[in-house]
Design a protein around this ligand. Structure first.
Ligand SMILES: *Cc1c(COP(=O)(O)O)cnc(C)c1O
Length: 342
């Protein structure tokens, strides 16, 4: 039995999801004639109480489009230095949109309203790049699936509004955050100018993300998607998987969270683990003891068919997901307790 906890992107469509894909009605989406994509866009937008949506091949593309529509070349975007938008998108913000970035620190990958406010350049100072956008990530991958305090997100929104900045949410894993907090999707829709949501992470679809925003924003986003080569044709087969996920895979995210906590509890008690980050959702990050480099642990576990990822020299990430069963959980716990490093 191979247990793969490297990422929640590794899931395969379930038989039921495949059936939904098989039965999808499709058309040419560049002509805006794919009924299943149109349905997914409407369904996602209305779930978050936003005007419109745009289905894209990846979350990187939805993020990149948001930056491109919200900014002009030379503008500055405020975000955490470990946010996906900056750290994991190949320099895309700078390359595709010619923006500069103001990278904030912050515990577990999260930024604060106070910090945002103190890093906004004065708009009347021609020497400085014009700050025009702020972006947050929820849940925060590099922070170990950390969930923002919603009140902080409101405060950041207030700062953004006062200073005329657009406010973007990289909500690749927003449903993981929603599963553990009292807010509903519409609370997020009210707060942000744009939201990016991934279907290919915890929701278990094979491909795709949706970008949400106002009608005018999505109208502009559609052109940028085309420019980036993201205009797909009969992609309703993919949208059908996303719709299936929205209808069937939201509640079960709690399962992933429960399993992550059990893994975390196991790790806490092990002599080769220095410490674990708090576990809010489906991502767990832990540090190995000083003389034990993370890659050594990753290799030893891989020999036992338990796959995870080294995040840096001393830290390792595990992500629970749809294809990680209870049987695998038991086996993983057993392996973590018995693994040897020589
Ligand atoms: C995965 C992810 C994305 C988008 O990734 P794609 O692989 O391009 O779909 C964006 N933001 C965060 C936080 C992610 O984890």
């Amino acid at each position: 039995m191979k247990i793969d906890l490297r990422s929640d992107t590794l899931t395969r469509p379930t038989p039921e999801m495949l059936q939904a894909m098989f039965e999808a009605k499709v058309g040419d989406d560049v002509f805006e004639e794919d009924p299943t994509i149109n349905l997914l866009e409407e369904k996602s937008a209305s779930l978050f109480g936003m005007d419109a949506g745009l289905f894209c091949p990846s979350g990187t593309m939805t993020n990149q489009i948001a930056v491109n529509v919200h900014t002009r070349p030379g503008d500055e975007v405020i975000l955490h230095k470990l946010s996906h938008l900056y750290y994991y998108e190949g320099g895309g913000m700078m390359r595709n949109s010619g923006v500069s970035v103001c990278l904030l620190e912050g515990e577990r990958g999260m930024i604060t309203a106070l910090d945002v406010e103190s890093h906004i350049n004065p708009a009347d100072d021609v020497h400085r790049p014009l700050t025009s956008m702020v972006a947050v990530e929820n849940t925060m991958n590099k922070g170990g699936g950390a969930v923002y305090d919603f009140h902080e997100l409101i405060k950041i929104g207030e700062v953004a509004r006062q200073h005329g900045l657009t406010y973007h949410l990289d909500g690749a894993r927003i449903f993981n955050a929603l599963a553990v907090t009292p807010q509903n999707p519409a609370d997020y829709g009210k707060l942000f100018d744009s939201i990016s949501v991934c279907f290919s992470k915890g929701l278990g679809a094979p491909v795709g993300s949706v970008l949400l925003g106002s009608k005018e924003f999505i109208y502009k986003a559609r052109r940028v998607r085309k420019v980036l080569g993201g205009g797909m044709r009969q992609a309703g087969y993919l949208a059908a998987a996303a719709i299936y996920a929205l209808d069937n895979h939201l509640e079960r995210l709690n399962e992933d969270h429960r399993k992550a906590k059990i893994l975390g509890e196991t790790l806490k008690g092990l002599p080769w683990v220095e410490k674990t980050l708090p576990i809010d959702t489906n991502i767990l990050i832990f540090e190995t003891i000083p003389n034990l480099p993370a890659p050594t642990v990753v290799k030893a576990l891989a020999r036992e068919n338990l796959l995870c990822m080294d995040f840096d020299k001393q830290s390792i990430r595990m992500v629970t997901h749809l294809d990680f069963t209870d049987e695998m959980l038991d086996k993983a716990v057993e392996l973590l307790k018995s693994v040897r490093f020589n």
